[in-house]
Design a protein around this ligand. Structure first.
Ligand code: SF4
Length: 296
């Protein structure tokens, strides 16, 4: 097997794993919420989620019928041997995973409104690159963007006078209005910047950060904590049927902004937050960071 084949086959298997097994941090948080829950209906829903997770592993099937649009967020070393071929290789890996896992066909060509049947299409799988100078490694986040959890995503540019209270209101209003579509408890990624595009991208990045992590800036971390407490106070509960919590986490990513604009984006992930992180070295040996004891 040459390097390209080894890479494609490993990524295809990893995508299959991500469809069937939630990352360790998400499972740990769900277990914590389940243990703390006192509302009988919510307890029953958490029990059902854990039974679902166990059956997905036992039967080797995706843990939700909506296996989403496949998205790759890459931190790629400028000396990584396959840097020039990543797009076709990830496309191939996605096609193989679609057949082998199997994954639902979720790539509909817009305007033609035709499902490609392969989970690939124009700019799908979605790929975002971040270059890492002087490195020959690749670190990739794989994410399955389901329809339900993509639906509530929003971004806007607020008047600067809206302030950080305006950001909090925007996030809370979005969650209250659309959050139940996304199968709570939710991962809430918030981006703060200047324009709609940069804020939405930061929100997505925030939603991919580990559950339980905090932004290193204490001011941002404080807003993460405050928003988390406020949103949990709404008590949407698992699957929106009421309960003690609404969210798995609130993660915020920020950047400097134009003084006259306050951009905010919010991206949601559902309880079945299928995110995985894998690292390749220059020989295509891999380490899975998101799932302990993962064998591909
Ligand atoms: S929101 Fe998540 S758990 Fe709910 S149907 Fe969509 S992918 Fe599945």
């Amino acid at each position: 097997m040459d390097k390209s084949e080894k890479f494609v086959s490993t990524v295809a298997s990893f995508v299959g794993l991500v469809a069937k097994v939630l990352p360790d941090d998400v499972v740990a948080k769900l277990a914590e919420l389940r243990a703390a829950e006192e509302v009988p209906m919510a307890k029953a829903v958490y029990d059902c989620m854990f039974e679902n997770m166990n059956l997905a592993v036992k039967l080797s099937r995706p843990l939700c019928q909506d296996t989403g649009v496949i998205q790759y967020f890459l931190r790629v070393g400028t000396h990584f041997p396959l840097i020039d071929e990543l797009e076709p290789l990830l496309l191939k890996a996605t096609e193989i995973a679609t057949e082998k896992a199997p994954l639902r066909h979720n790539a509909v060509e817009t305007f033609k409104e035709k499902n490609t049947g392969t989970n690939t299409g124009k700019k799908v799988p979605y790929i975002e690159y971040e270059l890492v100078p002087n490195s020959d490694k690749l670190e990739a986040d794989v994410y399955m963007a389901g329809g339900g959890c993509s639906l509530p995503g929003r971004a806007a540019v607020l008047m600067p006078s809206a302030g950080y209270e305006g950001i909090a209101k925007f996030v809370a209003d979005t969650l209250v209005e659309f959050g139940v579509n996304a199968c709570p408890p939710l991962v809430v990624g918030v981006g703060v910047g200047t324009c709609v595009a940069s804020s939405a991208k930061l929100a997505k990045r925030a939603s991919l950060r580990k559950v339980g992590s905090r932004n290193p800036d204490p001011l941002v971390a404080r807003m993460e904590e405050d928003l988390e407490n406020a949103l949990n106070g709404i008590a949407i509960g698992p699957q929106g049927l009421s309960g003690s919590a609404s969210v798995l986490c609130v993660n915020i990513e920020n950047m400097a902004r134009h003084p006259s604009a306050l951009g905010v984006g919010v991206a949601f992930g559902c309880w079945a937050h299928r995110r995985g992180t894998i690292v390749f070295d220059a020989d295509m040996n891999y380490t899975v960071l998101s799932h302990k004891e993962a064998a591909l």
